[in-house]
Design a protein around this ligand. Sequence first.
Ligand SMILES: [Zn+2]
Length: 253
Amino acid sequence: MMPLYRMNSLASLIEELRILFSKVRLTEFEIQVLEQKFPYYARLSEKHKKEFREKLQVILTTKSFIGRSEIRVVTPEMKILIGATIVMVTFGWHDLRLRHFDKILIYPDTYYSTISKNYHRGEVNPRHGIIAMSWNCFLNGMENEKDGVNLGIHEVAHALKLENQIYYNDECEFFNPEVYDAFQEIASVEIRKIKSGELTVFRINAGIDDDEFFAVALETFFEKPHEFFEYNPVLYGTLVRLMRQDPRVWVKN
Ligand SMILES: [Zn+2]
């Protein structure tokens, strides 16, 4: 058997060649979808829009989008909006694309997981490199862009945190360790507050554990940056440094 690191370098070589020679190109229609349905993109400068489209093309080239249950065909809109969510969350890094998570499963609605024996809106499976989402819940999350509830951001946030600790590929430890420690320290105070029933800017699920806090904090960061900043400027500022972007720039107050 080939050692894992060599298999991996071969796989990444093939992937790089694919990006170079058979990169997916966005159609006019797909760019329209971005303009009309993805406010983050619509508010960027022309220069950043170009960068965003470039990153999205790489995402679409390197990930498989797979329909489950009644979703027989994955539509361009599904790929564009889910792909754009990955680009948005990772936009602070030049070429971070969550390599380990190369399969995106799309269910029509909440679905039953045989592993957890529970109904899910979405989940991340690091063992199989999967991000799974219910399309219905994804759209609900996008519909109100200011309520701090967004399934797409939530699941991509879980994948981001895991990718930072997955060591076989060259995408790991992209979080600045000091900033991450600072974030964790303040986060634990917030988790305690939520657990004791105190009202915070975060929804209650953030109190479950560190992973859920991170995912909900990113939903709040992208959808309610001004409220988040007012609520806890130190935590917000730490997240700006960790994520290398500040959503207050383009989300209107
Ligand atoms: Zn979660």
